[in-house]
Design a protein around this ligand. Sequence first.
Ligand code: GRF
Length: 233
Amino acid sequence: MTRPPHASSPLPVAILVSGGGTNLQALLEALHDSSVARVARVVSSRADAAALERAHRAGVPTTVLAEPASADEVSAALGDAWLVVLAGYVKRIPPPVVGRFRWRVINIHPALLPAFGGPGMYGRRVHAAVLASGAAVSGATVHYVDEEYDRGPIIAQWPVPVRSDDTPESLAARVLEAEHRLLPQVVLELARRGVPGKPVRLFAAGSTFVTGDKLAVALEEASDGRTVGPSNR
Ligand code: GRF
């Protein structure tokens, strides 16, 4: 079920949060005044999430979930959203909600999946595991949410070099910068396409992720329309 790409009103997006909400902030800023997508509501699993303050400041309606495991409650909170973005949301999405929003729920993860993901891999632990592995590159991943934790088809990734003197905190901070650039671009690209009813993969336009010392983020869909689904992953 793809929404007409040129529908007259901006596509309503719901953002799910549990914490500080810096990715939410990046989305609020990038979608502000956009004719393509708008942040329609923010849903939090915690009443004390700082992200809620950011939503209030932007005049976006908020809901705090009493029971994040309740499919009915989560579904009602998402309302008429067409796209659902998990931005630092730490609870599992109830499977009936995943089913209702198939290929319309996406998550940002602070490493290059499928490595360094899965249950228990969040926050500082992700970056500590990357450093312990000796990997030279980490990054940010935006992927679809399906019934398997951190395993849904990948939409887009952005690499971040690991430095020899990195700590989990310094690496987290650098990856977060990439997240703030990548996530809004993916949301806007999906919205421009009306949120396709099957998985799409977005690539960096051009041949490089970095120009000078700046991250360059411009995404395009594979020209062969290549899609990656659970069956051919
Ligand atoms: C981000 O690193 C995100 O990838 C992860 O949780 C963190 C959320 O940060 N899922 P914030 O709440 O957006 O500041």
